[in-house]
Design a binder for this molecule. Structure first.
Ligand code: FDP
Length: 324
């Protein structure tokens, strides 16, 4: 909080954002606690329902959702929230000041094993200079984005035009000692991260790009976006979740990509931009420029070190000229 207070004072900003951040950090601590004790409490299984994306919901997803909504509502600062776990936009306080887009527990295949998952969020602010229509914001209009990698005790926060920072939890559960994150230029430590089981399902130009580049870099894949992206911005390289267009069962194609724009793709794109990197979608267009048309819109994602993202963006732009 000391870091955020200093930031707000330096930029002559209000205390409202501090209250919002306090609610998000409190939610993260509660989720982390629930996650750590989940196995002993019998909470690591399925809830028996499917979410808006048609995916199985874990009991832990529900717990994380309830915790987050409780804290956001309690802050009194949020007009509405969009969550992976709620089909409808969650209306909170019409007199609030912010919009929050979040996934309270991302990377569900790791839940039964207690392995890393993410609590990811983006924040936008209402128009204070005129009428506000509560429209969905593009990543470019976020004022902050962050991710907690649970249960590792790390928190990465990016503030608009002010950089990206990594905090670590101390013995009192405070997030302390921020260090600025800048993507390393030295290619020696760069890593590529994608689900290689999907490789044959990517477009031919993307497959060819991988073939040209894979031997130059190490490869890592945890299967939870926050954890994989945490490595990407620490070590450099690129995380990607390309569109699935060549699946042997065409019903399983995902031409829009898999990850969700507002609370996954735009969040990592915003953090990456503040750390000196870039992010594009399947058309090679910056993800931060994509105006969401619906809350749970999906996007393909290529995010990481600028030289790699720009290189793949050229290939994508050439192979998708019509959609640009
Ligand atoms: P999950 O489906 O396990 O919830 O968006 C969800 C997400 O995880 C991301 O966290 C992760 O990067 C990606 O999907 C993993 O998908 P694959 O299992 O297809 O690799």
């Amino acid at each position: 909080m000391g870091f955020l207070l200093a930031h707000q004072e330096r930029h002559h900003r209000t205390y409202h954002f501090l209250i919002l951040m306090d609610s998000l950090i409190s939610a993260a601590k509660h989720i982390e606690h629930a996650y750590l004790t989940g196995a002993l409490r019998g909470n690591v299984g399925l809830a028996g329902s499917v979410n808006v994306q048609g995916e199985d919901v874990f009991r832990m997803d529900q717990i994380a959702q309830e915790i987050t909504i409780h804290h956001l509502r309690d802050s009194g600062r949020v007009i509405h929230a969009i969550s992976e776990e709620s089909e409808e936009v969650v209306q909170l306080n019409p007199d609030g000041r912010y919009f929050v887009y979040f996934d309270p527990l991302d990377g569900s295949s790791n839940v039964p094993h207690g392995l890393p998952v993410g609590f990811m969020f983006g924040v936008a602010k209402k128009n204070l200079d005129g009428p506000e229509d509560n429209h969905l914001r593009a990543g470019r209009d976020y004022i902050a984005a962050g991710m907690f990698v649970i249960p590792t005790g790390t928190f990465t926060l990016a503030l608009k035009d002010s950089g990206a920072w990594r905090f670590h939890v101390d013995e009192t559960m405070e997030f302390v000692r921020p260090t600025k994150i800048v993507l390393p230029e030295d290619k020696a430590g760069w890593e590529l991260s994608f689900n290689s089981a999907n490789r044959q399902t990517f477009s031919k130009p993307v497959q060819d790009w991988i073939t040209r580049n894979e031997e130059k870099y190490a490869f890592r894949y945890v299967g939870a976006l926050a954890a994989d992206f945490h490595r990407t911005i620490s070590n450099g390289g690129m995380f990607m979740y390309p569109a699935i267009v060549n699946h042997p069962d065409p019903a399983k194609n995902r031409p829009e990509g898999k990850l969700r724009l507002m609370y996954e793709a735009a969040v990592v794109s915003f953090i990456c931009a503040e750390a000196g990197g870039a992010a594009v979608d399947e058309t090679g267009r910056p993800i931060l420029d994509v105006q969401p048309k619906k809350p749970h819109q999906r996007s393909a994602v290529y995010v990481g070190s600028k030289p790699l993202v720009e290189d793949v963006a050229e290939v994508l732009a050439l192979s998708n000229p019509a959609v640009r």
